[in-house]
Design a binder for this molecule. Structure first.
Ligand SMILES: [Zn+2]
Ligand SMILES: [Zn+2]
Length: 147
C-alpha cells in the first residue's frame, strides 16, 4: 500500500516538502511549517538532489510504500522525479547518463568476452573436425591398400 507522506505537526498536514540528501537519509522539510523528517534511503544506489529533473521546482510530494521498504519522490508541480546523482564503481558521483553509459560498457564487455569464448570453441571444433577428416582419410587409404 502506498501512502502520501503528510506533515505530522498538529494543524499543519502539509504534503509538500523540500528534500535534501544527507548521507543515507533523505531529509524532508515541510513547506508549510518547516518541520523536518528523515527517511532512510540507504538502499538506493543514487543520491536525490533537491530540485526537479524536469522543471527545476524544489518542492516534492513524498510517497511511502508500507509493504516493502520504499519511498517515492515526485515533483509537486509536474510529477517528475528529482534530479539524481549516481555513484559509479569507483565511488565517484556521476550523472544518470554517465552511469547508464558505463553500465552499457560493462554489458558490452561481457558480450565481447562471450563472443571471444565462442570463437575459441568454434576453432576447437574446426580443429577437431579436421583431425577426424585426416583420420578418415588415413583409414580409407589403409583399407584401399589392403584390398
Ligand atoms: Zn508542516
Ligand atoms: Zn517538476
Amino acid at each position: 500500500m502506498i501512502r502520501t507522506v503528510v506533515c505530522e505537526k498538529e494543524g499543519c498536514s502539509g504534503n509538500t516538502f523540500f528534500i535534501e540528501t544527507d548521507n543515507n537519509n533523505l531529509k524532508l522539510t515541510c513547506k508549510n511549517c518547516g518541520s523536518q523528517y528523515e527517511v532512510d534511503i540507504s538502499y538506493y544506489d543514487f543520491i536525490m538532489l533537491s530540485n526537479c529533473s524536469k522543471c527545476n521546482n524544489d518542492t516534492f510530494k513524498i510517497f511511502r510504500d508500507l509493504d516493502k521498504e520504499g519511498v517515492y519522490v515526485k515533483c509537486a508541480e509536474c510529477g517528475s522525479t528529482p534530479e539524481k546523482v549516481y555513484i559509479d564503481s569507483d565511488g565517484i558521483q556521476v550523472s544518470y547518463d554517465i552511469k547508464l553509459l558505463s553500465d552499457i560498457k560493462e554489458v558490452m564487455y561481457l558480450i565481447e568476452q562471450r563472443v571471444c569464448n565462442l570463437e575459441m570453441r568454434l576453432q576447437d571444433l574446426e580443429r577437431g573436425q579436421s583431425t577426424i577428416e585426416e583420420s578418415l582419410a588415413y583409414v580409407n587409404k589403409y583399407l584401399i591398400d589392403k584390398v
